[in-house]
Design a protein around this ligand. Structure first.
Ligand SMILES: *[C@@H]1O[C@H](CO)[C@@H](O)[C@H](O)[C@H]1NC(C)=O
Ligand SMILES: *[C@@H]1O[C@H](CO)[C@@H](O)[C@H](O)[C@H]1NC(C)=O
Ligand SMILES: *[C@@H]1O[C@H](CO)[C@@H](O)[C@H](O)[C@H]1NC(C)=O
Ligand SMILES: *[C@@H]1O[C@H](CO)[C@@H](O)[C@H](O)[C@H]1NC(C)=O
Length: 396
């Protein structure tokens, strides 16, 4: 019965679809849906919490309730938002975990699309609103979000999953607010970032130009960067979401050169969904802080210039983050084709963290920085490795 080539092809197709777990179907209706609508569409209408930080920022946190004893907090990366954990629909990380029964919480760090609010500062009028980097996200945003979760659930700690900057800020937290280490059950660090000194390619070039870029951003006074209402943000969303040409320009021209090329995992049709939701905005200072880390080869606090540093830090150089004080358990997930989070830089981090419980170099050679959140089949080749750690430390 398998003699007909057509049937054989159809069977192969069905099997390969099953192997690759491609059941996402057509996601083109999702392009303009926000986090609430996406989570609702995929079966988990969320509760929104407006979490207020010690320094007055108001952050949107979404909860996809589940029966899990230990809540799971997902934190997005640089210029990204909670949308990133939902835009793959049924195979998105947030939906995957919620379907398994975990109590899933999605953070939005200060200044992005959902957390562009403050008790007294106006993001459109007050430059002071934008004077933050990933430091403040670790120092203020995470404590406020974690305490809200512990308060609401009665749990003793949270399991955290952070993508890129979303794990950087946990090292800031563990180093600067030591008491929070015991509130983290385990951190799953996807595309870990603390050091950026082995980055090559166009991003390496950008890092080498840190002094020039820094001067430019300060002179032009870039406060908000790549927000939905900024000229650059609007231009990117509209240019990159155009069918076909947007993919050529933005996926091949911008995304792959920076994050590593993996076109089969970020296909043209779905790229339109990404382009509508990313970037979600942040501060110019955040970009500068990362460039400083890369250029100076130090995971240190923000450099304001020696005079201001003296006032703030009582030293002309910004202090290093103390990774030996990060005593939470950490699972590191690296990938050979990751243009930001290079294997060499992850190794540096791995040597300095106090308690690394797991390290994975993804067996797929093309796995890149974005696949953790946008990968077409991440549910097949990535999430099972997350399950290994969750099954040990976070049994439902
Ligand atoms: C998502 O998965 C659920 C449960 O398996 C299914 O009922 C639903 O149709 C899927 N939705 C889409 C858009 O694929
Ligand atoms: C925790 O809950 C108590 C009582 O409901 C409330 O007073 C307090 O503000 C909450 N703290 C946080 C961080 O949510
Ligand atoms: C987190 O809380 C759970 C349940 O209360 C406990 O079993 C686990 O040991 C805690 N984790 C840490 C790192 O303290
Ligand atoms: C500032 O640094 C100097 C020299 O390292 C030290 O002697 C002094 O105690 C510090 N002052 C404060 C307020 O920490």
């Amino acid at each position: 019965m398998w003699t007909s080539p057509g049937l054989w092809l159809a069977a192969t197709f069905i099997i390969s679809q099953q192997i690759c777990g491609i059941s996402t179907g057509d996601l083109s209706d999702d392009r303009t849906l926000n986090s609430i609508l996406l989570a609702t569409k995929y079966g988990h209408p969320p509760t929104q919490y407006d979490v207020v930080t010690e320094d007055g920022y108001i952050l949107a946190v979404y909860r996809l309730p589940g029966k899990g004893r230990i809540p799971v907090l997902l934190v997005h990366g640089f210029m990204d938002s909670s949308d990133t954990f939902l835009i793959r629909g049924n195979t998105s990380l947030a939906i995957y975990l919620a379907n398994k029964g975990y109590d899933v919480w999605l953070a939005n760090t200060r200044g992005n699309r959902y957390s562009r609010r403050h008790k007294t500062l106006n993001p459109d009028k007050d430059p002071a609103f934008w004077q933050f980097s990933f430091h403040e996200m670790g120092y203020y945003d995470l404590p406020a979000v974690i305490d809200t979760i512990l308060n609401e659930t009665g749990a003793k700690n949270v399991t955290a999953i952070g993508h890129s900057q979303g794990n950087t800020i946990f090292y800031v937290l563990g180093s600067e607010r030591k008491e929070y280490n015991s509130k983290i059950n385990v951190l799953l660090a996807l595309a870990p970032i603390a050091f950026l000194q082995n980055v090559q390619g166009p991003l390496g070039t950008v890092i080498k130009s840190e002094p020039v870029i820094s001067g430019l951003i300060k002179t032009v006074r870039v406060n908000e960067l790549l927000g939905d209402n900024t000229a650059l943000g609007i231009a990117l969303h509209s240019t990159c979401s155009v069918p076909v040409l947007g993919y050529t320009k933005c996926a091949y021209g911008l995304i792959f050169p920076f994050v590593g090329s993996d076109p089969t995992e970020l296909e043209p049709d779905f790229f339109q969904n990404v382009a509508k939701r990313f970037p979600a905005g942040g501060s110019g200072q955040s970009l500068l802080h990362f460039l400083q880390v890369g250029h100076r080869k130090k995971f240190a606090q923000y450099d304001y210039g020696s005079a201001t540093n003296k006032k703030i830090y009582n030293s002309s150089e910004p202090p290093l983050y103390r990774l030996d004080r990060v005593t939470m358990l950490v699972a590191l997930y690296a990938a050979a084709n990751d243009g930001f989070s290079t294997v060499a830089d992850v190794d540096l981090l791995r040597q300095l963290l106090a308690k690394v419980v797991y390290y994975l170099l993804n067996p797929l050679p093309l796995c890149n920085h974005a696949d953790y959140v946008w990968g077409r089949t991440a549910n097949v080749y990535l999430y099972p490795y997350l399950d290994i750690i969750l099954n040990i430390y976070n049994r439902l």
